[in-house]
Design a protein around this ligand. Structure first.
Ligand SMILES: Nc1ncnc2c1ncn2[C@@H]1O[C@H](COP(=O)(O)OP(=O)(O)O)[C@@H](O)[C@H]1O
Ligand SMILES: O=c1ccn([C@@H]2O[C@H](COP(=O)(O)OP(=O)(O)O)[C@@H](O)[C@H]2O)c(=O)[nH]1
Length: 230
């Protein structure tokens, strides 16, 4: 629908790694504003994750009741994505004609240059909401920004032998992350979102969002550091 559209899945790990990383957000805001002002036909969909607050509340609830339903845990995570999303919406207000999107299938105006979205319903992460919005507005590429420069052969925080990858097929990626969803799961791109993105033949670039110059390279179609899942 819009041929100058970029869909960015903004990991909560870089919005609120612990506290809110406002120095990073301020810099990102300024770089994206320049990008948007250069060409009024450019549009960005920003989908915000939950970060530390999501895990803080989910883990508190697990302590209170170890038998808590996954659905309840997901709702806690969703509320955390909303507070992060509301912050991003406030930052990009001048470009937004919609309130924070919390149902990617509902009414969306998108007459402005920016749409800010966050969590919708239990069963997946905001990566899946990003895929649904990409599908709806015909974005071909999702830029998945997280706290890690590349997808590895395994979680590098747990396995020191994990190797970084420049590219991986959806088949191999999905074999690696499995099919299972768990609330608060840490993975470069969630299994449910991956299933949908693979089916739609979408491409996802995973990169370290804290490297803003690199993010701008991806947006401008230049050489970047990251992993292409296709
Ligand atoms: N194969 C993998 N390659 C890279 N990172 C992985 C992999 N498996 C698990 N991870 C973990 O996923 C984390 C990113 O996921 P997450 O913390 O949910 O980030 P975000 O909030 O940005 O979505 C990484 O920091 C890493 O520890
Ligand atoms: O549509 C959504 C989006 C998020 N979540 C929940 O909210 C948490 C935080 O979202 P996300 O994983 O996208 O945040 P990030 O990993 O980027 O911090 C997830 O783990 C889920 O528990 C959900 O249930 N449905």
């Amino acid at each position: 629908m819009y041929n100058n559209l970029a869909v960015i899945s903004l990991g909560g790990s870089i919005i609120a790694p612990e506290k809110v990383d406002y120095a990073f957000l301020k810099e990102l805001n300024s770089a994206l504003k320049t990008y948007l002002k250069e060409d009024k036909s450019r549009k960005i969909i920003l989908v915000c994750g939950g970060g530390a607050p999501a895990r803080l509340y989910q883990n508190a609830m697990r302590e209170i009741n170890p038998d808590v339903d996954n659905e309840e845990l997901d709702w806690l995570g969703i509320r955390a994505t909303h507070i992060n999303g509301q912050l991003l919406k406030a930052m990009f207000n001048e470009f937004c004609t919609d309130n924070l999107i919390t149902d990617p299938t509902g009414h969306i105006n998108f007459q402005g240059q920016v749409l800010v979205a966050a969590g919708w319903k239990p069963g997946f992460s905001t990566d899946n909401d990003a895929v649904i919005l990409a599908e709806r507005f015909e974005g071909r590429l999702i830029i998945n920004l997280s706290n890690i420069a590349k997808v590895y052969t395994d979680d590098p925080k747990k396995n020191p032998d994990a190797k970084p990858l420049d590219a991986i097929s959806w088949d191999d990626y999905r074999t690696m992350v499995g099919e299972q969803w768990t609330p608060g799961k840490n993975s470069p791109f969630d299994p449910i979102a991956s299933k949908r993105a693979a089916k739609m033949h979408m491409e996802v670039v995973c990169a370290d969002g804290r490297n803003i110059e690199n993010t701008m390279n991806i947006l401008y179609g230049r050489k970047y550091e990251g992993t292409l899942i296709s």
